[in-house]
Design a protein around this ligand. Structure first.
Ligand SMILES: Cc1cc2nc3c(=O)[nH]c(=O)nc-3n(C[C@H](O)[C@H](O)[C@H](O)COP(=O)(O)O)c2cc1C
Length: 409
């Protein structure tokens, strides 16, 4: 079962009586954890005001395709890219016809054509309109184009007739929209993920750490859970809440992270080390706070255990993915890490003053023996899903290979 938490849902509202339910739908999607933006057709504005949907969504409503102000901000292509899913509810008979023909004559139909995100429609109309062969052939056409059809329900209609054509209730639409995110790519598998920084104590109040926020690792853990995996997340100190449907274990130091990982590595089919683990720690931790008495102070550092290499060296080893944050020579460093640590894949990203760590967006270069795949700049949540899709495909390919199969229970 997927989840709408942190998902970006673009709700299209078209001109039908059921548009009065759209405000409730927006509220319920937001209550379920989604971020919602609304596009209205011009007919829809005759049934419910943009002001209402602006108030409940917390964002201005998008209405016009040929609007220079809107195009300078979030224009039709940005909206299409922004969405994790597009839901049109209610979807009028007229809109279904436009979608079936691949028209791009208003903002909503254009965004539906321009998006890579899944598109779902919740038809709502008079039962004669629904049963009309023209509507049914439009439906068949849009189904063929992978558009999901939610409903409609049967029952008494606003026009006084009884039959199929009622829009599903908002609560049912929230459930169906959530299921759009359940890919099943990792069904039956266990994924172990590390995230965040580590903290290497110098004394009881000071320590060595780094700028990792944990956002990427948490997004990877969530994406793996969404793909159907049982997920264990070993997290260094972060300000983030435990992700839903993920077993989260909090640790502090590299040694603690190493030990926690090895307690769970045997049950993992896939290990993804996203944590920015300290390479060095103070050779000794002072028991009391170090006083400011000396003009100079030398800290002696020693190596921490190499978590990634130690997991990749297990027999059998899980499919092991490492992250490499580099300021330069991205592919070269990633390939060296892949070979030296005997990993299956290295996800490399460039970091710098304004890049990588605390930001919500990122890009990745996936370096494998077979080649390199680039995942362009996008929100970390989307990037994590793209990474999981890639890893799931590689895992399945590796484990269906007859000779080198490393199937784990
Ligand atoms: C009072 C009224 C109610 C309507 N209800 C519906 C409806 O429930 N479903 C539908 O498909 N069309 C309905 N229509 C017709 C659409 O509003 C009309 O086809 C419109 O062009 C749809 O435009 P849109 O698809 O761009 O939003 C209704 C029209 C009126 C006047």
């Amino acid at each position: 079962m997927g989840s709408p938490v942190n998902k970006r849902i673009l709700l299209g509202v078209t001109g039908g009586i059921a548009a009065y339910k759209s405000a409730d739908l927006v509220r319920r999607l937001r209550d379920a954890g989604a971020e919602v933006r609304v596009i209205m057709t011009s007919s829809a504005t005759e049934f419910i005001t943009p002001l209402t949907l602006q108030a409940v969504s917390g964002h201005p409503v998008y209405r016009h395709l040929l609007d220079t102000d809107a195009e300078a901000g979030m224009g039709h292509i940005e909206l299409a890219r922004w969405a994790d899913a597009v839901l049109v509810a209610p979807a009028s008979a007229n809109f279904l016809a436009r979608l079936a023909q691949g028209r791009a004559d208003d903002l909503l139909s254009t965004v539906c054509l321009a998006t890579e995100a899944p598109v779902a429609v919740a038809p709502a109309m008079n039962q004669q309109m629904w049963n009309n062969p023209a509507t049914q052939s439009n439906l068949a056409a849009i189904k063929k184009n992978a558009v999901r059809i939610f409903g409609p329900a049967e029952g008494s209609q606003a026009c006084g007739e009884v039959g199929p054509g009622r829009m599903l209730e908002p609560v049912e639409l929230v459930t169906l929209t959530s299921e759009l995110f359940a890919t099943g790519e990792l069904d039956g598998l266990t994924v172990l993920v590390t995230a965040g920084p580590t903290w290497e104590a110098i004394d009881p109040v000071r320590g060595l750490t780094n700028r990792s926020s944990g956002k990427m690792g948490y997004a990877v853990a969530e994406a793996a859970a969404e793909a159907g995996a049982k997920v264990i997340l070993i997290s260094g100190p972060t300000a983030l809440a435990d992700p839903a449907r993920v077993r989260t274990i909090r640790v502090t130091s590299a040694q603690e992270m190493h030990d926690a990982v090895h307690r769970h590595a045997a049950e993992a089919n896939i290990f993804i080390g996203v944590a920015a683990v300290a390479d060095y720690r103070p050779a000794r931790t002072a028991e009391r706070k170090i006083k400011k008495t000396e003009a100079r102070l030398t800290l002696e550092l020693e190596r921490t255990p190499d978590i990634l290499a130690s997991v990749a060296a297990l027999r059998p080893a899980p499919f092991t993915v490492g992250f490499a944050a580099e300021t330069e020579n991205l592919e070269q460093h990633a390939r060296a890490k892949l070979e030296n640590k005997k990993l299956d894949l290295v996800a490399a990203n460039r970091v710098g003053a304004d890049l990588g760590f605390a930001s919500d967006d990122n890009s990745l270069l996936l370096v494998e023996r077979e080649g390199v795949t680039e995942l362009p700049v996008q929100p970390k949540t989307k990037l994590a899903r793209a990474l999981i899709r890639h890893v799931a495909a590689r895992y399945r390919a590796k484990n269906s290979a007859p000779v080198h199969a490393l199937r784990r229970p």
